[in-house]
Ligand binder design. Sequence first.
Ligand code: NAD
Length: 275
Amino acid sequence: EAMNSLMLNTDGVQIPQLGLGVWQVTDDEAERAVRTALEAGYRHIDTAAAYGNEEGVGRAVRAGGLPREKVFITTKLWNGDHGRAEQAFDESLARLGLDHVDLFLIHWPAPRQDKYVQAWKALEKIYRDGRARAIGVSNFTVATLTRLMEETGITPSINQIELHPYLQQREMRQFHEANGILTEAWSPLGQGRGLLDDPALAVLSGKHGRTPAQIVLRWHLQLGNVVIPKSVTPSRIKENIDVFGFILDAEDMAAIGALNQGKRLGPDPDTFNGA
Ligand code: NAD
């Protein structure tokens, strides 16, 4: 299987560049989707305490029969748990039925409660104890990332942010690159709504004999983004990982680059504090 990995700034830890996302998926659906994904060659699963499906993910990983070190598992700390990060982490591990995760993220900075620096210090301890092989953040901005690094001296390995052709996040990607932080794209397919019907993607789809979803995922990979497309449909789960056998040329990349609208589908991290 042709699965590319990227190096995190944490010594020697590699992250498979493409994984399966399981937001808005029930426990049982997550179990089925993760089993299908592992059979299709996925080696990276993105869940969160807030998704309510860590148990299903854990069941599928254990049932999959792969050696634990062959599967990269990410989970996330929910907003209400910034003041009790270690306990919340232990609860996630128990639901997953694992003794460590590969990546633990602060899900949102939730700036109004102003506890993300405290939470980050707890994540650092979890990392030092070897219970998360790497730690990072999600939905952080230049301002919140800068404060985190200045107040703790510890750079997150990755920042998982909303990123797709309609929201290309050039400023964030440049900031990450300058600081050795990987960029991970959530809603990489733009949640499958309008984006996948864009006429520019139809042109590239025809040119390469690939679906619009495959064109978009290939664009992410060539930019250096980690991507975690979500699907519970077996045919789409397989389609979404079949993106390592073709290349977009500079003209194709520019055509997708021209689609940016700077519009979010999800909440604004500067104002999102809640559930
Ligand atoms: P996505 O961009 O991955 O789109 C998923 C939707 O696109 C599916 O529900 C389906 O309707 C459609 N789709 C999937 N594959 C397709 C295909 N091959 N052809 C046509 N349609 C297809 O959206 P997402 O679920 O929002 O994001 C992916 C993952 O990112 C989530 O599951 C979650 O793990 C993560 N995420 C993280 C945050 C965060 O705050 N950190 C927020 C949202 C999502």
